[in-house]
Design a protein around this ligand. Sequence first.
Ligand SMILES: [Mg+2]
Ligand SMILES: [Zn+2]
Length: 219
Amino acid sequence: MNNIIMVDFDGTITKEDTCVSSLKEFATRDWKHIDEKWVAGELSTRQCSIELYKLMDFDEERLKSFLEDIEIDDYFVQFAQLCEEKGIDIYIVSDGFDYNIKTVLAKYGLDYLKQYSNGFRFDEGGNYSLTFPHENKDCGKCGTCKSNIFYNLKSKTDKIIYIGDGYSDRCVASKVDILFAKSYLAEYCDNEGIEYIEYESFKDIIDYLKEFRERQESK
Ligand SMILES: [Mg+2]
Ligand SMILES: [Zn+2]
């Protein structure tokens, strides 16, 4: 059975949050008060996203070319290669949108990676729609509930490593077997007494996996 690593997308794989950056680029009015309500748990991801997209003025071409300029962690490609070699399955789990994930990763030839996220599409007329296929009634907050996905994947393997950085990782953080956290997520874990390993980039995860494998192989 393959080992599994769940990885957040925005701010974890990418150097900047694709949703926040899109807002900074395309919002025609102030959006921060809406985002703050989501952070405080007063709005669900669905409610928040619908409101935020309404504030943005973009078309497919502009959005796509903007997203194509967003960079990923300098070591993520190497990390994905290592996982492939070692038979570790990567699952991208994101409370952001598949359109952003596919557009950014295609540039690096990594858009084949398995992913769970919210849906964003343009129709032929250039109008967009949002879908939330991974909501969880018991959670009520997340668009893509990472806890739900974690429980489903957990039935396939005994240990799951999770890598994240932010607010959307709060739901699952205390449940996973090994947690890598940075920035806001690390602060949150400190406050909540959740154990984690601090990391800066995927270089740290690569080093950990190499050692982890050596430990397992020498058993
Ligand atoms: Mg994130
Ligand atoms: Zn959730």
